[in-house]
Design a protein around this ligand. Sequence first.
Ligand code: GTP
Ligand code: MG
Length: 197
Amino acid sequence: MKIHSAKFIMSNTVVSQCPSHNLPEYAFIGRSNVGKSSLINMLLNRKDLAKTSGKPGKTQLINHFLVNENWYLVDLPGYGYASVSKEKRTKFQKFIKDYFLKRKELTTAFVLIDSRHKPQDIDLDFIRFLGENRISFSIVFTKIDKLSLKEINKNISHYQDVMLQDWEEMPTYFITSATKKTGREEILHFIEEINAQ
Ligand code: GTP
Ligand code: MG
């Protein structure tokens, strides 16, 4: 899929105030600093459309972007970052959960996982939450430019083993680097196929 246009529409913490539309919507979720906003910029070929930072906790709102005038992409705050105050963290969790439970426009979610780390409970819990609520998702391993090919294969194969303790099969997954643009074509093609349905 070619990206002809991408524009920021609005930010929100209240799901009922998110834009109303009949277009497919794709959400990007994962721990703070995993690379959600960077991946979105990479997919859309824009340097700074979604705000990124080396410090976790940059994205704090539900951000809607309209792409090619026919689908929406949503940048969400990270879950489970310890240095955000407990009060704020609980609020994140509530409106993030609300988004997934109430947002009828949501077509499928991309759960981002840092390819460098061992499987983390918080990610596995979030994936379980999606499964229990029958919310469609796929997995995106990020920052593979920081690993050797051998390490990438080892880590992903380990992730699959852990996932298969809970799931009958490994969900669709993508291997990406925002800096090297790895995985861009695959994710855009996946979205294009769903949009065509
Ligand atoms: P929050 O908004 O805080 O939840 O974080 P986020 O998940 O949106 O992460 P963000 O895109 O802001 O990136 C966090 C940091 O990781 C930034 O310093 C990025 O430059 C870096 N980063 C993101 N993706 C990649 C990648 O593929 N490779 C490398 N090397 N760095 C990356
Ligand atoms: Mg962000």
